[in-house]
Design a protein around this ligand. Structure first.
Ligand SMILES: NC(=O)c1ccc[n+]([C@@H]2O[C@H](COP(=O)([O-])OP(=O)(O)OC[C@H]3O[C@@H](n4cnc5c(N)ncnc54)[C@H](O)[C@@H]3O)[C@@H](O)[C@H]2O)c1
Length: 244
């Protein structure tokens, strides 16, 4: 197993892609902290994963992020893997995006990812080992409509991850990202653009609907020791929708 003895935090793991990632990392041997603003959902997911625990957190709140890091280290002694999956996926037409809505998305998707990287990487440095995997999106290159603020936030994650890789390599920490394409998560299926699956499927090389389990193996690889010579990279998992 790739992650035997490793401690992993997965944010946004109460449902969707994050839930699949949490399950996959645990299946590879990791002790997983299922961290989500939806505490009840996180508890339900953690209960179904051997050795996992749930943690209720708003990643946009620095005090809560510090609490998660401190509590995880107190309980497990270290944090080897951080997967920043939590985000708001907000389909909104350009005309409906005002500054308050823009800030709401930035606060979670970009500020929250920064806060988690800030405090977890500080802890990883003390141990000289770490794997950070940020969840980006293929919308940063696809120009997908109704996602201007979301695409901008994920573009920020893209740039942040590359710089982290550059600055943290000397401490034994890699930073990479996985960019899913349209994926049938609970969040997306509850949105009003569900019919976009038919269109996107036509653009994919593999003509079927993407599901959370399609994303998790890419994350598990980048979270593992064997990916140690790979950093600053973006692995696109979108059935061949986009190419880079
Ligand atoms: N589903 C897709 O089509 C798709 C495509 C590309 C990228 N992504 C990315 O994949 C990741 C997961 O997306 P998903 O589709 O599974 O979403 P989802 O909406 O199904 O799940 C997101 C999870 O994040 C949690 N969350 C939201 N705000 C939070 C906060 N402030 N603090 C802590 N947790 C919070 C939610 O409670 C939820 O459990 C996101 O980063 C998203 O941007 C998704």
């Amino acid at each position: 197993m790739k992650l035997e003895g490793r401690v992993a935090i997965v944010t946004g793991a109460a449902q969707g892609i994050g839930q699949a990632i949490a399950g996959k990392l645990a299946a590879e041997g990791a002790t997983v902290v299922v961290a989500d603003i939806n505490g009840a959902g996180a508890a339900k997911v953690a209960a179904a994963i051997p050795g996992a625990s749930a943690y209720t957190i708003d990643i946009a709140d620095e005090a809560q992020v510090k609490g998660l890091v401190a509590d995880t280290v107190a309980k497990h002694g270290k944090i080897d893997v951080l997967v920043n999956d939590a985000a708001i996926v907000p389909y909104k037409e350009w005309d409906d995006i005002d500054f308050a809505e823009w800030r709401r998305i930035m606060a979670v998707n970009l500020d929250g990812t920064f806060l988690m990287c800030r405090h977890v990487s500080d802890e990883m440095r003390t141990k000289g080992y770490g794997r950070i995997v940020n969840i980006c999106s293929n919308v940063i290159v696809a120009g997908t409509p109704n996602l201007a603020h979301y695409a901008a936030s994920k573009g920020g994650v893209f740039g942040l991850t590359r710089v982290l890789a550059t600055e943290l390599g000397k401490y034994g920490i890699t930073a990479n990202q996985v960019a899913p394409g349209l994926t049938a998560s609970e969040g997306v299926m509850a949105g009003k653009f569900v019919e976009s699956f038919d269109f996107v499927q036509m653009l994919q090389s593999i003509p079927r609907r993407g599901v959370p389990a399609d994303i998790a193996p890419a994350v598990a690889f980048l979270a593992s020791e064997e990916s140690g010579w790979i950093t600053g990279q973006m692995l696109v998992a979108d059935g061949g929708h986009t190419r880079h």
